[in-house]
Design a protein around this ligand. Structure first.
Ligand code: SAM
Length: 283
């Protein structure tokens, strides 16, 4: 190993399914490193043994990131070459790698990215939706006001939106997206690069229907179309329409009063109770 490589933290992108999706540079770094820090040691051990690499592995994950982070930073400060590997894909994207990078940067430790697979980009480019401008939301908070706020922030978003989601939450998230954003074109990218890779391009409600009959399994990325110019115009029109009128129009379209009030309250970020009062008072 050449001396100039000492004390560097390498961010190694690894396959998100297909073991062949790995760069020559990552393989060489994993081979030459003093230590591989892995989010999932079992998965990384399988990868390393597939390529006949015998570098020692230590764990670095959500639950030990403080203690292990400190240990890794000490090893780096002492001149060791550390290769960071996430569960899959690019370390730092929706995993604790971000913390280690920040702390290494704070301490003046050199960090080198070794680019490669990432579920986010793989799903985005294959979605068939606009990729010129996009926004990555990672995992939405599972519940509570954090979730409501993040969903509300997406209402006027004109860029394509990319979300990670666990299989058991896919239906709930599709439901909440439809409620908040209305029906939009979307793509569910499932098990990318794996044997059962599946790409479903439909509307949010079409995806909801599909996964109601075929329960979601495996790993998912959801890609959702941003609000279009046409919808921008619609949004302007809505802005000029009083909320109670908005509710009435939705009811004329066949929505029950409760549902219509709920939807308008979400879309316009208004307290539901205030809307109920308005509707009641004017009737
Ligand atoms: N750092 C990783 C990256 O760059 O892709 C992402 C880590 S995040 C903890 C894991 C999430 O990525 C999964 O829950 C899923 O949403 C998505 N993901 C990972 N592998 C995938 C695959 N093969 N197909 C679809 N989504 C995948």
């Amino acid at each position: 190993m050449v001396g100039k490589n000492r004390g560097i933290l390498y961010l190694c992108a690894t396959p998100i399914g297909n073991l062949e999706d790995i760069t020559l540079r990552v393989l060489q770094t994993l081979r030459e490193a003093d230590l591989v820090a892995a989010e999932d040691t079992r998965r990384t051990r399988r990868l390393l043994s597939h390529y006949d690499i015998h570098t020692p592995i230590t764990s670095y994950h959500e639950h030990n990131r403080r203690r292990q982070g400190e240990y890794l930073l000490e090893r780096l400060a002492g001149g060791d070459m550390v290769a960071l590997v996430s569960d899959a894909g690019t370390p730092g994207i929706s995993d604790p790698g971000e913390d280690l990078v920040r702390e290494a940067v704070n301490r003046g430790i050199p960090v080198v990215p070794l680019p490669g697979p990432s579920a986010l980009l793989a799903a985005l480019v294959v979605s068939g939706l606009n990729v010129e401008r996009f926004v990555f939301e990672g995992f939405l908070p599972a519940k509570g006001s954090g979730r409501t706020r993040r969903l509300a922030e997406l209402v006027g978003e004109s860029r394509t939106v990319v979300l990670y989601e666990a299989p058991h939450r896919v239906l709930k998230t599709l439901h909440d997206l439809i409620e908040t954003l209305g029906d939009r074109r979307a793509c569910a990218a499932r098990e990318l690069t794996k044997l059962h890779e599946e790409l479903l391009r439909d509307t949010l409600s079409g995806l909801q229907e599909h996964f109601t009959t075929q329960p979601p399994r495996g790993e998912f990325v959801l890609v959702i179309e941003g609000v279009s110019n046409e919808s921008d115009k619609t949004a302007e029109l809505w802005a000029a329409t009083p909320p109670e009128e908005h509710v009435r129009l939705l009811m004329q379209d066949g929505l029950a009063a409760n549902e219509a009030i709920k939807r308008v309250a979400r879309l316009r970020n208004l307290p539901r109770r205030e809307l109920y009062k308005k509707i009641h008072v004017s009737e």
